[in-house]
Write a protein that binds this ligand. Structure first.
Ligand SMILES: [Zn+2]
Length: 93
């Protein structure tokens, strides 16, 4: 018979019950007597991906975008030294 973990939504009391698969879920909290028991599904599964992976990816792409834009805007000269010199640009001289 499987073990089901229950937690009371009223007093946060945690309790385990041995129940058959077809048994109705328990409702009454043995601690506070209220019908606030909630059956916990699985034990820890589903929270494994709540990490900082997405944040790290975002941070990395953001810093990459910053450096990339800085590189492209550092030189405004298009390589045409004559027109650049005529405008008094950085290619003059
Ligand atoms: Zn309770």
């Amino acid at each position: 018979m499987p073990t089901y973990d229950y937690k009371c939504a009223a007093c946060a009391h945690a309790v385990e019950y041995f129940q058959s698969m077809s048994a109705a879920p328990r409702k009454k909290c043995p601690e506070c007597g209220k019908s606030k028991l909630v059956r916990q599904l699985g034990t820890g599964a589903g929270v494994l991906f709540k990490g900082s992976g997405f944040y790290q990816t975002d941070y990395r792409s953001d810093s990459y975008k910053k450096s990339a834009s800085a590189d492209s805007s550092s030189g405004s000269c298009t390589g045409d030294s004559k027109s650049c010199a005529a405008k008094g640009g950085p290619c003059a001289g």
